[in-house]
Design a protein around this ligand. Structure first.
Ligand code: NAD
Length: 727
């Protein structure tokens, strides 16, 4: 019988039943069919044998307490199978409800991650004790996968914390708390230091509360903070849609909207009806496209990328002990911090000791902030800082087993700094450049050991950005690729792997987004609408403000270099309409971007944006030049997606998962799409629908929207872009 394995029944002679979650077929417990069957059988048995039962403790035999809904099942839900999901979900909820109202104390002994369904199971318990380990994470991250907690999580967090706290602390952001912070925020009652203490505390609750009940089942219970029926609460209701707008920026994320509705509607009805309301909103999300996009990218693709689907096989993993960071500017300083945080010794070198010390100052600032906010201890911060040695002397790099170069973006300079240090560092040191645009193969020509040379493209700000783009040059060896991959994982970042090309994947593709926005200004479209289109498409940065941040002279420099390279190779350069706009901005109006205090925006003296430059309307805007808002958004999204397909055709990209993860984590492609190629998969009408729409855009706005052959071919064969598990 399934109950004996998936949920194991262990009863002691004092009448305490420990229900051990231990799915025999998976490394983590999930709400799959076996669990549903097992829970139903267990519930029947608890009711049947209640006279001999004194209390119930849920705990797990796995590393995680309970992982939540089975995403492999969820990603396959269609509108046709939605009823099945609705019924299955409701069955679990009703069984948990039967256990919570049995009249016996029910305790969750949370001995690892309890996220999503795991936390929902714990919420159905009267008392929650969490083990204080690094693996214990508690919360409802469903919103980050386009879903809502459909196992009673909305209903119970609202009744536990009140609508406002439930929404803001748990449901809308999907925050994952460690044991202590979960306790501070009222999500668990107690914290235990050891597994033994965990069970002792669970038992102590059973002993002390023989007739325990949930707060919401006690007479006279009211939802904390009131409900919409209460006039004082109702006066605050309009604040929620405003919070929502702030969170989604008007982009098509249906989950926050459904969460809000389930919470507010569910607070006004009885518990059972609230569970049904929650189930309806959950199933609507699960059957929709956005959750599929997000589950594909943020679960399956991310897992494939991080687990090394692209790491060469058969090469022993290696850890870096001491890294040389060359250049202590914005990027070098951030790279030094990230490496030191991961326990690696760092020698940070710049042209003068003063500059190197200044670079280390960045880590000092980040550490002080982390200590002040209670995110780390003074002791750990001191240890991190002690690992960074600033210097101007090449000799100090002796013994470094990896080098990460982050000096100015100039091939001759990069060659020179590698020559200075190649003979000093370990004889087999990994040699990495953080260039954002220069081809790696040409940079490698500046070193003796070209097989050990590789691109390691970080994103700014390094301490926050999770992605690193690894670029394999023509002569880069598999050993170097494997070591670069291991180094990126060692510093807890996500590595994608691409082949060498000008701008690689990320820099080249983000250029299309920016060019499209700038081109629209040149066509006379209202600049504020262009910005709004980017925001509502879900881009984290508005397009013209991003151009200003990067400075307008940068694309000119890259364009000139690329043009020269194309022409030298015998090709012809086809100019993008954005080029003329940028030339006018720089040459005619002297506006080079934020660093020059004037760009598409005006800037106040303190450097803050002070509104779009009124001159844009004067010099570029033409009445009657509006185009549909949807075209504006799709010109940006399509320009990036189409070039990504070209990069697959060219062999620069070799993995769909890398493209999806790289686009969202590195260059701000909207998360609701699940990444740049999943956007094509999920487009209305699939690949054929996308091809038809691209042709329409090509006709209206130019050849750059013509779908590449690979896309047309896949559409004709009825295929989709996919190389990791999932849908
Ligand atoms: P930066 O101007 O802030 O820093 C460059 C640093 O290199 C300066 O501190 C400079 O003193 C130092 N330097 C110059 N010559 C040196 C030498 N001979 N030896 C040691 N140090 C020397 O530049 P940055 O923004 O940190 O960019 C550095 C590199 O990272 C560039 O190749 C850039 O393309 C790349 N990159 C930048 C970004 C970004 O967002 N800024 C993102 C990814 C990659």
């Amino acid at each position: 019988m399934t109950e004996s394995t998936t949920i194991r029944w262990e009863q002691d002679d004092t009448g305490v039943v420990t229900l051990v979650l231990d799915d025999p077929n998976q490394s983590a417990n999930t709400m799959n069919q076996a669990f549903r069957d097992s829970l139903a059988a267990i519930t029947d048995r608890l009711e049947a044998e209640q006279d001999s039962i004194r209390g119930i403790i849920f705990t797990s035999a796995k590393k995680t307490f309970f992982a939540g809904g089975d995403l492999r099942d969820l990603i396959r839900v269609t509108p046709e199978t939605a009823q099945e999901l609705f019924d299955g979900g409701l069955a679990i909820k009703r069984n948990l409800r039967r256990i919570e109202t049995l009249g016996k104390p029910v305790v969750a002994a949370i001995n690892g991650a309890a996220l999503g369904g795991g936390f929902e199971l714990a919420l159905a318990c009267h008392h929650r004790v969490a083990l204080d380990t690094s693996g214990t994470k508690i919360g409802c991250p469903e919103v980050t996968l386009g879903l809502l907690p459909g196992g009673g999580g909305v209903v119970r967090t609202v009744r536990l914390l009140g609508i406002a706290d439930a929404l803001l602390k748990v449901l809308l952001q999907g925050t994952q708390y460690n044991a202590r912070r979960a306790q501070e925020n009222g999500l668990v009652h107690e914290v235990a230091a050891t597994p033994e203490e965990l069970l002792t505390k669970a038992r102590a609750f059973v002993d002390a509360n023989p007739e325990s009940q949930q707060p919401w089942d006690k007479p006279g219970y009211k939802i904390p903070g009131g409900t919409p029926a209460n006039p004082k609460f109702a006066a605050n209701l309009p604040a929620f849609p405003a919070t929502l707008r702030k969170q989604t920026n008007g982009a098509p994320y249906p989950a926050p909207r459904n969460i809000l509705a389930a919470a507010v509607e569910g607070a006004q009805v009885d518990f059972e009806t609230a569970q049904v309301i929650e189930a309806r909103y959950f199933v609507e999300l699960a059957a929709g496209q956005t959750s599929k996009n997000m589950i594909q990218a943020f679960f399956f693709d991310l897992q494939a990328v991080n687990s090394g689907a692209n790491r060469p096989k058969g090469i022993e993993p290696r850890q870096v002990r001491k890294v040389a960071v060359l250049g202590a500017g914005m990027m070098g300083a951030g790279i030094a911090y990230s490496c030191a945080r991961a326990g690696i010794d760092v020698v940070l070198k710049d042209v003068s000791l003063e500059s190197a010390v200044k670079g280390k100052g960045y880590s000092e600032k980040l550490c002080a902030k982390a200590v002040a906010k209670g995110r780390t201890s003074q002791e750990k911060a001191d240890a991190l800082l002690a690992r960074i040695t600033p210097t101007a002397e090449a000799a100090d790099l002796a013994g470094c087993d990896a080098v990460i170069e982050a000096v100015f973006e100039d091939t001759t300079l990069k060659h020179k700094v590698f020559q200075e240090i190649e003979a000093v560092v370990a004889p087999d040191a990994l040699l990495c450049s953080n260039t954002s645009t220069l081809p790696i193969t040409a940079l490698a020509e500046g070193v003796e050991r070209q097989t050990d040379f590789i691109g390691l493209h970080f994103f700014s700000p390094v301490d926050k950005m999770p992605l690193v783009e690894i670029i394999k040059g023509e002569r880069t060896g598999d050993e170097a690729l494997a070591r670069a991959f291991d180094l990126v994982r060692q510093i807890n970042k996500t590595p994608i792997v691409v082949n060498d090309s000008r701008g690689f994947f990320t820099s080249r593709v983000i250029g299309h987004f920016i060019n499209e926005g700038v081109a629209m200004v040149g066509e006379g479209i209202e600049p504020a609408s262009v910005e709004q289109a980017a925001a509502q498409a879900g881009y984290p940065a508005k397009v013209l403000s991003l151009m200003d941040e990067l400075t307008l002279t940068l694309p000119r420099k890259i364009r000139n270099e690329t043009k020269r390279a194309v022409e030298e190779a015998g090709g012809t350069w086809s100019a993008h309409p954005a080029e003329a706009v940028i030339d006018r901005m720089v040459d005619e109006f002297g506006r080079t971007g934020r660093s020059g205090a004037a760009g598409f925006y005006d800037y106040a003296e303190d450097g803050k944006r002070a509104g779009l430059w009124p001159g844009l309307r004067e010099h570029f805007t033409r009445p009657g030049s509006e185009i549909p808002f949807r075209d504006m958004q799709e010109r940006m999204l399509f320009s990036e997606a189409l070039d990504t397909v070209r990069l697959l055709e060219e062999g620069v990209l070799t993995s769909v998962a890398d493209a999806n993860i790289g686009s969202v984590f590195g260059i701000g492609f909207p998360g609701w799409t699940g990444g740049v190629l999943q956007y094509i998969n999920g487009y209305e009408g699939g690949l054929s629908g996308f091809v038809a729409r691209a042709r329409e855009l090509a006709e209206r706005y130019g050849d750059r929207f013509t779908p590449p052959a690979l896309l047309v071919e896949k559409a004709e064969k009825g295929e989709r872009f996919s190389d990791s598990a999932g849908s």
